[in-house]
Design a protein around this ligand. Structure first.
Ligand code: SF4
Length: 238
């Protein structure tokens, strides 16, 4: 696929940090006209799951989505809200992002993301916290299930909180997975160097200053470009 040379600078979202960078470049220039038909269902299922988690969390300051969400998020921080649900951070420094939950520790906020996949497996050694209070401790029942996308998103949100002057120096983050039973605690500090490298690349891709090319990846199966590439050519005479 050729890429139009027209360039528009777009802030980097957490979603842009993983996946095919060629697709990212294409979509930055023209939204794909043939979206993944399963995407709407997945988005809807994820929203239902997030709502079920929200309903089990106590003490939330809920930010309603839509216009003014950034202002309301900042106001909640100013007011010292302990748990901010649906937080939308100001777009700045070429980054935009939101966190299902911001948790206030003694010296600032950490991001907690809610994801529609497993974040842990049976085993031992993960650091987890109960949903209703922040008490991280070693968990003898589960081990952390690594997920590149989650790691990059937590690093992205941590950077945004730092740049806003609201981040906790603990550099911790958390994820709540499909079991909805616990917060899996992540140390974000060790992820930041890899994150910065990835962020710089995706920022350049979005700006049109980094070359990209098609590669065969699993994502091709769900990509409009991948589907058209696999479509058989019409037979002659038909
Ligand atoms: S078809 Fe594959 S290589 Fe091409 S843009 Fe889509 S995901 Fe990337």
């Amino acid at each position: 696929m050729d890429i139009d040379q027209a360039v528009k600078t777009t802030p980097v979202s957490a979603r842009a940090l993983t996946g095919c960078r060629h697709r990212l470049a294409l979509e930055a220039r023209a939204p794909q006209g043939d979206p993944d038909p399963g995407m709407a269902l997945r988005v809807e299922a994820a929203a239902v799951f997030r709502a079920s988690v929200r309903d089990r969390l106590p003490g939330l300051t809920v930010i309603e989505p839509g216009e003014g969400a950034v202002r309301r998020t900042l106001a909640a921080m100013d007011a010292g809200a302990e748990r901010i649900w649906g937080a939308v951070l100001p777009t700045a420094h070429d980054r935009r992002g939101h966190s299902e939950l911001l948790l206030r520790l003694a010296d600032g906020y950490i991001p907690i993301i809610v994801v529609n996949h497993k974040t842990c497996d049976p085993g031992a050694g993960a650091t987890t916290s109960p949903l209703d209070r922040w008490e991280p401790r070693e968990d003898e029942a589960v081990r952390t299930r690594p997920h590149r996308g989650d790691a990059m998103r937590l690093a992205h949100l941590t950077r945004m909180l730092q740049e806003l002057g609201r981040g906790s120096r603990t550099l911790l983050g958390g994820s709540i997975g499909v079991d909805g039973a616990r917060i899996v605690v992540h140390e974000v500090g060790p992820l930041l160097a890899a994150y910065e490298e990835r962020f710089a690349d995706r920022r350049d891709v979005l700006a049109g200053t980094a070359p990209t090319e098609p590669v065969r990846v699993a994502e091709c199966r769900r990509c409009p470009g991948g589907r058209s590439a696999r479509r058989p050519s019409p037979r002659r005479g038909t």
